[in-house]
Ligand binder design. Sequence first.
Ligand SMILES: [Zn+2]
Ligand SMILES: [Zn+2]
Length: 342
Amino acid sequence: MQPSINRIGEVYEPFKVRFLERPIPPLAPDEVLVRVKASAICGSDLHIARGLHPSAPLPVTIGHEFSGDIAAVGSDVRKVKVGARVTVEPCIVCGKCDACRHGQYGYCEQISFTYRNGDGAMADYVVVKEPYVYELPDYLTYETGALIEPLSVATHAVRRADIRLGETVLIIGAGAIGMMVASMCRRSGAAEIIIADFSDQRLEMALQVGATVAVNSGREDLEEAVARITHGKGVDKSFECVGRESCFLQAIMTLKRNGTATIVGIYEKPQVQFPASRLVTHEIHIQGAQGYCWDFPIAIAAARDIPLEKFITHTFPLDQLQQALDTALDRNSGSIKVILKP
Ligand SMILES: [Zn+2]
Ligand SMILES: [Zn+2]
């Protein structure tokens, strides 16, 4: 029997949470009902909760990094059975545009995300389409399984950067994504992985999950530090995981000739100034990375060797969503990943 009522944590005003009950509609043939077991707060959730996300106006049910059990399946579902432990790729694509038909669904003209349609995972249940469900291997718990989504974002960025064995990498920003980029670069065979942040606590953690050198850019000029560490050579690849003009410049100015900067941060102030001559004199490449496309299976496989549990600093029951959001927002809480458990 399919459960009939869903409890949903909704942000109705900036940083104000209320709980609602909604009926769960009968499943379409290609849908599955996931009973949420763990749901992580993402930086973009905080952006939404501020009421500043252009495509997710309030009120909205946040949450797109989650895992759970299959509670019910539609009549055509074959890939998973009731009871399976799963995580979910939370995007919705049209399947009909040129990008989708070429398998590049990350470039779908109509890409959207489950939470923007009111199906956020700060809830007891979520309804999703069968193709976006991935079974969790035994080495993933519900909590670490909820972190496959941000790990997929990092996987996507690192695959785009085409990291090669023995390369030197710089990552600017030791938030969850920056640290996961460090983990994936390490797994991809990078030899030296420099990570920069203002927080010693975050840098300490980054060293535990894959970075090889930490630079506190509040105390030391980052360009000088990179020159010192690389004996003046610069790095092969850089990742900007902050979203700030000064970090964009650092990501470019620390590159070797023919190096590649991958921009992952979200720019609240989108305009940046940089010396375009550098593109010519150093033949550098600048690219962006957003979301994922066929990255979930790779992230799940890679997670066997990545200590994802280290990223989880706080866990709250779902009914304390308000406290959980306050903790994720509080810079002094030391939070990296805050997990809600219905
Ligand atoms: Zn996220
Ligand atoms: Zn499409």
